[in-house]
Design a protein around this ligand. Structure first.
Ligand code: GH3
Ligand code: MG
Ligand code: MG
Ligand code: MG
Length: 311
């Protein structure tokens, strides 16, 4: 017999079990100057298999987050020496968005406006100490659910489903506001040659494989220093921040030669795949204009034999 107040809804139990598997990979940072309170929260979290990291105060918490940006949840006390909980939330939100980290504030202070202060400054939730264990677990669960949802949304908007490259939307978000007085930006538009023939001859699936491998190659070549995005269909863009069109097109040309020398491995066998490219540097104009010029150069490359980079 389970007493009434100990019964959970079926959905809650299913959700809890599903989370327990995933919690093992979730790092939670607990910031609290009281050793007893910190160890207690740690114990509650470890019951649910979370990986717990501790910080003595706000300043230490900031240093830990700097060193371990993969922490998904911060649980912070209010009254702490040096940097208090509310200031900590403010400082964390200057660096980390809501899809990066979730925050829950805690306090045994009697200040009734504290929960509002935490939430206004960017916390996802607040819990008054002392709290019932059950409530603590429910709130942690809800907070992590909304973090997951936010991350999914972010990924859907900014990562292409097929190739996992950044989307056009992400690209514009990052570079539309570029101030060309402050920094140099060149854009390269790449378009696979005769891609329609690959689809027609070997099927859409093989076409998809070529797109995926093409992105992998582009990312191996450029992603460490530059942004690679899928612009649409079989067209890609690379943002070469800090390089002029000449330097950028030299890099793309080296990549073009590498592609020329290694056919793509697909389920239909090895296929030679080439691309054409136009490169332009943005100067006192909108990103759209720079892309338009890159597109005109790409058109020129297509009509002068393909498998070319023009700047
Ligand atoms: P060009 O050398 O002039 O660029 O010729 P092309 O055949 O590459 O260009 P075209 O624009 O005629 O054809 C592009 C094709 O890409 C048409 C479209 O069906 C195909 N395509 C677009 N997106 C995808 C996709 O996600 N997967 C696959 N398999 N094909 C796609
Ligand atoms: Mg305290
Ligand atoms: Mg094409
Ligand atoms: Mg095209």
């Amino acid at each position: 017999y389970i007493p009434k107040d100990k019964r959970h809804s079926y959905q809650y139990v299913v959700k809890l079990i599903d989370r327990l598997y995933r919690n093992q990979d979730v790092k939670v940072l607990v910031a609290d100057d009281s050793l007893v309170s910190r160890k207690f929260v740690k114990m509650l979290l470890e019951q649910h298999l979370f990986k717990v990291i501790e910080a003595n105060d706000g300043e230490e918490a900031l240093a830990v987050l700097e060193a371990q940006p993969d922490i998904q949840l911060l649980i912070t006390d209010y009254n702490m020496p040096k940097v208090d909980g509310v200031e900590l939330v403010l400082r964390v939100r200057e660096q980390f968005n809501r899809e990066d980290i979730a925050i829950i504030g805690l306090s045994n202070d009697n200040d009734e406006s504290l929960s509002a202060k935490f939430i206004k400054n960017g916390a996802n939730d607040f819990l008054q100490k002392p709290f019932v264990h059950e409530e603590f677990h429910c709130r942690v669960l809800n907070t992590l659910d909304s973090l997951d949802m936010m991350r999914n949304l972010w990924r859907k908007a900014n990562r292409d489903y097929l190739t996992k490259a950044y989307t056009r939307r992400y690209f514009f978000g990052q570079y539309q506001q570029t101030d060309t007085e402050q920094s140099l930006l060149s854009v390269a538009l790449l378009d696979i040659d005769f891609f329609k023939k690959i689809n027609d001859n070997y099927g859409h699936d093989v076409g998809d494989q070529v797109l995926v491998e093409f992105v992998q190659r582009l990312e191996n070549a450029f992603a460490a220093n530059f942004t690679v995005a899928r612009f649409g269909g079989e067209e890609f863009v690379v943002a070469f921040k800090g390089l002029d069109a000449n330097k950028a097109s030299q890099l793309v040309n080296k990549f073009r030669q590498q592609c020329e020398n290694s056919p793509m491995v697909t389920s239909a066998g090895d296929l030679p795949v080439s691309f054409s490219c136009g490169v332009s540097t943005m100067s006192n104009e909108t990103l759209d204009h720079a892309l338009q010029r890159a597109d005109e150069l790409l058109y020129k490359a297509k009509h002068s034999g393909r498998n070319k980079v023009i700047c």
